[in-house]
Design a protein around this ligand. Structure first.
Ligand SMILES: Nc1ncnc2c1ncn2[C@@H]1O[C@H](COP(=O)(O)OP(=O)(O)OP(=O)(O)O)[C@@H](O)[C@H]1O
Ligand SMILES: [Mg+2]
Length: 361
């Protein structure tokens, strides 16, 4: 039996990978056998942070080409790493027989006290599946308004799908204790009011340049700068995670985790900005939709670029004709007025307004 924790956030770049890696190293330091699963399809941050270069991933185990021991990396910092990366997609399509072999592979990997799943950015089907399957969530927020609104959206989806695990909140990149408290209270107030989901404040990590310095040196800050403020915070997080209250957390079974995860991968999920999951959703992933949106935005940007060129040449020919051209100042003024009278911005800067708006839908 293990503690299975998904490190997640809603918004990208809040510090999930930094926290997962350093917390894992500290848990190992305390004598707990700890394994990180890189569940991020994207940037393979764990590799960069630890200066490792995996040649294979979980997909090679799922396809029967390799064993879990072939792909597992035993890092000198005391933790083991299972590269998920692009192989995570192949888990979604596992049949029952292959699922058994994945579960057997994890049993063969040895027993761990902690599995930390570093989920990727955004609220995609993959992230939701890992969160729903994990008994514990470590939700990383910062004081950025979009970090709070996206974390709220994530909890809303999990709540909708009746997530029953424990949700522990870490406020990252805080200037001081008071600002961390404020951020947590603000977030908690909105969650209490509109979702009724239970949260536990696990702690905070200060904004600290030791984090970026250690990133450049591809080594965890908890080892490289043990006296830094950030390292002190991570030690306290590890302590709380393993302390007295931890006894209330029922250890979970990694076999059950994977079979739940695969079924969540394939079940209709309601994600933000969508109506009930249509059937085609099983084949069109959130990533595909995101790519489509990006293409559309690029197309619009190209159109605008063309329009700007046309306007510039029209203004030039007007100037040539000796007509008075509006000063830059008045154009700017008009723009501002237009914005005031115009629609709401795409994201909401105010959490309460955001919540009120989403509840209306
Ligand atoms: N406490 C901190 N102090 C200073 N910088 C930090 C802190 N935590 C994270 N960072 C910086 O923030 C950036 C994002 O961190 P990280 O890659 O861990 O985020 P992430 O949530 O895993 O991102 P993604 O969603 O892209 O996977 C990195 O440059 C990291 O060095
Ligand atoms: Mg990351």
């Amino acid at each position: 039996m293990s503690r299975i924790i998904a490190v997640t956030s809603g918004k990208g770049g809040t510090g999930k990978t930094t926290l997962a890696v350093n917390l894992a190293v500290q848990l190992a330091e305390l004598g707990h056998r700890t394994c990180i699963f890189d569940a991020d399809l994207g940037t393979a941050n764990i590799n960069i942070m630890l200066g490792i270069n995996p040649k294979a991933d979980i997909g090679d185990v799922v396809n029967g080409k390799m064993t879990i021991h072939d792909i597992m990396i035993h890092d000198p910092s005391g933790i083991d790493i299972i590269p998920g990366s692009s192989g995570v997609e192949s888990i979604a399509n596992l049949g029952a027989k292959r699922l058994d072999s994945l579960v057997a592979a994890f049993a063969d990997a040895g027993s761990y006290d902690f599995y930390l799943f570093d989920t990727g950015a955004g609220i995609s089907r993959r992230v939701i599946a890992f969160c729903l399957a994990a008994a514990e969530l470590l939700l990383v927020i910062t004081d950025e308004p979009t970090s709070l609104t996206d974390a709220y959206s994530l909890l809303k989806v999990l709540n909708h799908h009746k997530y029953e695990g424990r949700i522990k909140v870490v406020v990252n990149r805080c200037a001081d204790l008071e600002s961390a408290r404020k951020v947590y209270r603000r977030f908690r107030a909105a969650v209490d009011l509109y979702l009724g989901v239970e949260l536990e404040p696990l702690g905070l990590v200060f904004q600290d340049e030791a984090v970026s310095l250690s990133m450049q040196r591809q080594s965890p800050f908890i080892k490289l700068f043990p006296d830094s403020k950030a390292a002190g915070c991570v030690r306290s997080l590890a302590q709380r995670l393993t302390g007295d209250r931890a006894k209330e957390t029922a250890p979970a079974d990694i076999a059950a985790f994977w079979s739940n995860c695969v079924s969540y991968f394939n079940m209709p999920l309601e994600l933000p900005g969508q109506d009930a999951d249509p059937e085609e959703d099983n084949t069109r992933t959130a990533d595909a939709r995101q790519e489509e949106m990006l293409r559309e935005v690029k197309r619009l940007a190209d159109n605008f670029a063309g329009l700007t060129d046309e306007l510039t040449s029209a203004l030039k020919s007007l100037e040539k004709a000796g007509r008075r051209v509006e000063s830059e100042e008045s154009v700017q003024h008009e723009d501002e007025a237009g914005q005031q009278a115009g629609e709401r911005p795409i994201y909401f800067l105010d959490l309460e307004a955001f919540v009120a708006e989403t509840e209306k839908k």
